[in-house]
Each structure stands twice: as structure tokens, then as C-alpha cells.
Design a protein around this ligand. Sequence first.
Ligand code: PEP
Length: 249
Amino acid sequence: MGRKFFVGGNWKCNGTTEEVKKIVSTLNEGKIPSQDVVEVVVSPPFVFLPLVKSLLKPDFHVAAQNCWVKKGGAFTGEVSAEMLVNLGIPWVILGHSERRLILNESNEFVGDKVAYALAQGLKVIACVGETLEQRESGSTVEVVAAQTKAIAERVSNWANVVLAYEPVWAIGTGKVATPAQAQEVHSELRKWLHANVNPDVAATTRIIYGGSVNGANSKELAGQPDLDGFLVGGASLKPEFIDIIKSAE
Ligand code: PEP
């Protein structure tokens, strides 16, 4: 199967030039497993992407946190997939719950964005996840399946997609999913891909977990069979991000 462990760091809307440089030097100085073992991608705000890309060691790659749903043009405030490609930015995070919930991005809109970004040659970290209310009402699997379906209906080649399961109730709350809770949803997502896309995509697509991952809980989570890495918010701004990367070993 050979799903290489993947660790993404989502810096969200944080940082000054000085702070960003400090995070980069911590990363560059950190002792991490080789690129054969783990793929690490950090996602600074748009304005810092060129700086971070120019300073980071080649062990790390960069991702944008969003991009526009189609070709650029008269869309004030947006950044197009073509611009990211032009700058040599290989990855983009799409469908983060903060964009789905605060900016009202629908499943279909996220699916369109994923398809467009892939068609331009970007690799995509596509996020799905349920709210606390949805979990408590027993609809977790239904919710993440519907979010994944909107992507699957628009995408035929999954080679450049990493699926991030991020329960909304665990993001930035310090309330991490238990390894069993994460494994259960990852396994359901893999079954969904098997039944609705194809067995090869199910076997090869990396499904990563996000939601209050830190240096203390990453190792146990990483031991789950269907968990192929992490998308990390808060802790990706701190030196413990190195420990999270090391949980790939
Ligand atoms: C995220 O925003 O993708 C995330 C997982 O955040 P945190 O690790 O802070 O919960």
C-alpha cells in the first residue's frame, strides 16, 4: 500500500515576519525523519508564502490555506490556483472547517475548488469533519461522507489528494479525538472510498487527522492503522511540531 506519513502545519491567520522567521529556523534546526518516511508541509498565510518557501530546508514543502474556485480575474481579495502554481507553491488546503462554517463554503463549492486546484497542478489537502451537534446526533459518518462525495463527484484522479478528517469540536479546543474515535471515522472514510470511488484509491489515499494534535498525543494517534498523518493548527507554531513529525517513526 505504501501510504507515506504526512504532517501538515496550518499556521492559520498568525504571525509577523519576525515570528515566521523564528518558526522556520526552529523547523530547519529540528531533527526529523527522512523524506522517505514522512512528508511535511507547512501552510503560512499567503503573504508569507514566498518568504517561508525561500527560507525552509528542502525537507519541508509549503501549502496555501485556500485558493479561488476558478480562473482568476475580477474577484477582489482572492488568490487563484494559477498564482500559486506560478510561485511554485505545490500544495493548498481546501475546505477547512473555519472556511466552511465562518465563510459558508458549501460541500459543492469546496468540491469545485478541489477539482479546479488539481486541474491546475496543485496538490490538495481536502478537509472534512463534523460539528459537535452532528456527532451527538449520530450523523458523523453521514456528514463526512457527504463532504467527501462532493469532492469525489468532481475529481477522477485522487493521486494528489490528502483527505484530512478534522472534527470541528476538536479544532483549537484542546479536546482531541481519542485514537479509537479517530480510527473509527478514518476507517469509515476508507470504506466509503472503496465502495464509491475504487479499491485502489481507498488503499492509497492518505487520510490524516486534525484537531488538537500535540507533541504528547501524536504518537498514540499515529499508531492507528487508518491514520496516515496529521493536520496540525496551534501546535504547528511551536517547537513541539518537531515531536509531532517524529511520531511518523
Ligand atoms: C486545524 O486548524 O487544522 C487544526 C487542526 O487546529 P488545532 O490543531 O489547533 O486544533
